[in-house]
Design a protein around this ligand. Structure first.
Ligand code: NAD
Length: 302
């Protein structure tokens, strides 16, 4: 079993960490807010009060942080992972960040004798709890093979997709698909409700045909029930669409539907709904359809 340091015990990091503990690993956690460290200790892990203390004896360091600047600060910054980790440690960044951030981290880590992987995840909080994440991994193939047993405690679909930064590129594509699908499911739900059909039967029959998809399966009940607690926050998906649109431009390709989804997500956020689940794109469709009462009701309780 492996000594693992885990930094970032939020919505995703906390259950991922618990699965590593349950798999028998010795896990030391660190988080900016101490309450989350206490929750890990209650679940059988150990707590640290600094990055340095968490990573000092680790064989594997995992980060699960909100955004690129957070990863840069935690890994590259003063008192960060690269200052304190031992030579030869595997550094797995599971956060969703810019591909160039992952490449910069990989270069700095390699200079320090640390073995980096970018390993963003998909599946949401439910899959994190169930240890059933999809994990897309960029980096050296031998490092991927060495890290695979650790990743298998957190996910079920785990694939190496290329050199450093490639995991983030695949995750950017993932986020285009998810945002576009939520938007179309939202449009369908608003349309069906306005047309007066039996909404729940409509969703069941749609899910059984070619229109079936994971958003219909996992999110539509919450959308119909007006439950938008995250889950995956609008703020984070807005960040991810910024990453995806920039990466697509850098690759020289057009992503018109993704750009539209990015604008709708940005608008939802600008209207004060950044802390809601991304399935709240439904509220945007209602607003565009003149159904402002339901939007206002949700914003009042936000
Ligand atoms: P979150 O905000 O719930 O968790 C992030 C945690 O990192 C917080 O507990 C925060 O206190 C901690 N943190 C931030 N800066 C820190 C620092 N400098 N030192 C120590 N701790 C620090 O976010 P999340 O939903 O768990 O998402 C984490 C990452 O995973 C993001 O990049 C997100 O885009 C991605 N992701 C999220 C989901 C989801 O459904 N929530 C799904 C897939 C991927």
């Amino acid at each position: 079993m492996t000594d693992i340091a885990f930094i970032g015990l939020g919505v995703m990091g906390a259950p991922m960490c618990r699965n590593l503990v349950d798999a028998g690993h010795d896990v030391v956690g660190f988080n900016r807010s101490p309450a989350r460290v206490e929750a890990l200790v209650a679940a059988g892990g150990r707590g640290a009060d600094s990055i340095a203390a968490a990573v000092r004896d680790a064989d594997v360091v995992i980060t699960m942080l909100p955004d690129s600047p957070d990863v840069e600060a935690v890994v590259l910054g003063d008192g960060g992972v690269l200052e304190s980790a031992r030579d030869g440690v595997i550094l797995i960044d599971c956060s969703t960040v810019r591909p160039e951030t992952s490449r910069a981290v990989a270069e700095a880590a390699a200079r320090r004798g640390i073995r980096p992987l970018d390993a963003p995840v998909s599946g949401g909080e439910g899959a994190a709890i169930d240890g059933a994440l999809s994990i897309m991994v960029g980096g050296e193939p031998d490092v991927f093979e060495a890290a695979k047993p650790i990743l298998e405690a957190m996910g079920t679909t785990i694939l190496h997709v290329g050199e450093a930064g490639s995991g983030q590129t695949v995750k950017a594509a993932n986020q285009l698909i998810v945002a576009g699908t939520i938007e179309l499911v939202s449009e369908a739900l608003v349309f069906l409700r306005a047309s007066g059909v039996d909404l729940e039967s409509a969703v069941r029959v749609l899910a059984g045909g070619l229109a079936g998809n994971a958003i219909l399966d996992r999110k539509s009940a919450g959308m119909i029930g007006r439950r938008f607690e995250p889950g995956f926050r609008v703020d984070l998906h807005h960040k991810d669409l910024g990453i995806a649109l920039t990466a697509a431009r850098d690759a020289g390709v057009a992503v018109p539907m993704g750009a539209l989804a990015g604008s709708l997500m940005a608008s939802l956020r600008a209207q004060g709904s950044g802390s809601l689940d991304h399935s709240a794109l439904l509220l945007q469709v209602e607003r565009l359809s003149g159904l402002t009462n339901e939007l206002d009701a949700v914003r009042r309780s936000d």
